[in-house]
Design a protein around this ligand. Structure first.
Ligand code: ATP
Ligand code: MG
Length: 441
């Protein structure tokens, strides 16, 4: 992408109404614009990141055997009356009336709708197990939307729903998602801590939250240091066909607690092995048996011909929250530092002297190479001061900067800067092509 063609409104000024770094940087780097409280437009740069995160989430859901579908954002109140949650949900639910005065709502989650679909179309134990997911916008009228997209009112969530014949099978489905989550967050360059959690309004008896550690996190996290050193399951070391219980036991065998659960006096972990931090909840998984299948009539005929209510679980990932959470855990005073895996562009090409024949020609050649290999590169071809270009490139956090200037070219080199470390190296112009091909995926 040529910067001169792109829509990337960046700013030097810290927005007054943004309290935390990720929110400030998302506005300054032109990723999002607020449209009303807790509701955002995703500008082209922000959307690129959102899509990358979505793709990582999708790839691992698919690998685990979950099937993607797409349910609507608007749902009928009747479904929620069936489960009994219509009245319970309270003011967080955005209630809407259509022209026929039918009560509708903007879905805050989809247990009811998916259970209704399954109740209508799955009738035999032979059709199980099934795990169905979608990546869709949700609306929750949060009392205090804040921190930008981290606690929005409209936000993008991946939500999966598992359906099984019995508790043991349902547990296997839960384990699969647990492993998928560990792998998903690792694939984004994040270390997520699974923590036993309260089940809250979704109900049920088994639940884990996945938190990434960051100073501005809303939840207090206490955990055994050893948990942070565990490496996520890698391909080849496990199979989604296994019951995965030993992997789960390994990950859940450590002490973890939130504020209300932690009692310093009773804590089994010695102080020097205890991590006290703050965390951002990026995922939450639940196993809740027949809580929805019973009232919604989701049952199948079992092997002996009897009716069996389906055992269910639900599994959420805050896709749009992750954009903020990743920035929160990876930035410096100059701006965002995107992990390569989710970066909107892998390379930022800075032409220090637009109009200089040699600079223009080399930049055009580098740009063409990247384009031809589908490597994401942002070419700053604007006629701007060098300082402003560097500041902008640092702000938007592209992993590698390639700087082409007349003085360097005269001496026969181009400068490569790694955003994360600030390390610079000077290379021959001819080597840039290889560099791009090596680091650009
Ligand atoms: P929280 O405790 O942060 O309010 P929750 O427990 O209500 O979240 P879940 O119902 O578990 O949320 O939703 C699944 C995921 O969706 C959460 O783990 C979180 O990452 C994301 N999420 C929930 N609420 C919001 C929100 N208001 N804005 C952005 N993402 C959200
Ligand atoms: Mg939660």
């Amino acid at each position: 992408m040529r910067r001169s063609d792109f829509f990337l409104p960046t700013s030097k000024d810290t927005p007054a109404d943004a309290e935390i770094a990720s929110h400030q940087l998302m506005l300054r780097a032109g990723l999002v614009r607020q449209s009303s409280a807790g509701i955002y437009s995703w500008l082209p740069m922000g959307l690129r990141v959102l899509r990358k995160i979505e793709a990582i989430v999708r790839a691992e859901q698919d690998a685990s055997g979950a099937l993607e579908l797409l349910m609507p954002t608007i749902q009928s109140a009747d479904l929620w009356r069936k489960s009994g949650r219509y009245d319970d949900y309270g003011k967080e639910m955005l209630r809407i009336g259509d022209r026929h005065d039918r009560e509708m709502l903007y879905g805050p989650t989809n247990e009811e709708l998916i259970t209704d679909i399954v109740a209508g179309d799955i009738h035999s134990y032979r059709d199980l197990p099934k795990n169905l997911y979608h990546i869709q916008w949700k609306f929750r009228d949060e009392v205090r939307p804040r921190f930008g997209v981290m606690r929005g009112r409209e936000f993008l969530m991946k939500d999966a729903y598992s359906f099984d014949l019995d508790e043991a099978a349902s547990r296997r489905s839960y384990n699969k998602m647990f492993v998928a989550y560990l792998r998903t967050f690792a694939a984004m360059g994040l270390k997520a801590v699974p923590m036993r959690a309260d089940t809250g309004p979704i109900g049920g008896d088994l639940s884990h939250e996945f938190l990434i550690l960051a100073e501005t996190g809303e939840s207090a996290v206490y955990c055994d240091k050893a948990l942070l050193d565990l490496a996520p399951p890698v391909a080849g070391s496990f199979s989604y066909d296994d019951d995965l219980q030993s992997v789960i036991d390994n990950w859940t065998g450590f002490y973890t607690a939130t504020d209300d659960m932690h009692d310093a006096a009773a804590c089994p972990v010695p102080t020097n092995a205890l991590v006290e931090a703050r965390g951002i909840e990026v995922g939450h998984i639940f196993n809740f048996g027949t809580k929805y299948s019973k009232p919604m009539g989701a049952k199948v005929q079992g092997p002996d011909g009897s009716d069996i209510f389906l055992q269910m679980g639900s599994y959420g990932i805050g896709v749009s929250r992750l954009v903020g959470a990743i920035i929160e855990s990876s930035h410096d005073d100059a701006g965002i530092i995107w992990p390569k895996e989710v970066a909107p562009f892998q390379f930022g090409l800075i032409n220090l002297k637009v109009g200089d024949e040699k600079c223009d020609a080399l930049c055009a050649a580098i740009y063409a190479t990247a384009q031809s290999k589908n490597i994401d590169i942002l070419y700053d071809d604007r006629d701007e001061r060098a300082g402003a270009k560097f500041a902008d490139m640092n702000l938007i956090g592209v992993p590698w900067q390639i700087t082409v200037g007349p003085r360097g070219l005269e001496q026969g080199f181009v400068e490569l800067t790694e955003r994360k470390t600030g390390n610079k190296q000077e290379v021959w112009p001819d080597m840039v092509k290889d560099f791009i091909l090596t680091y650009g995926d």
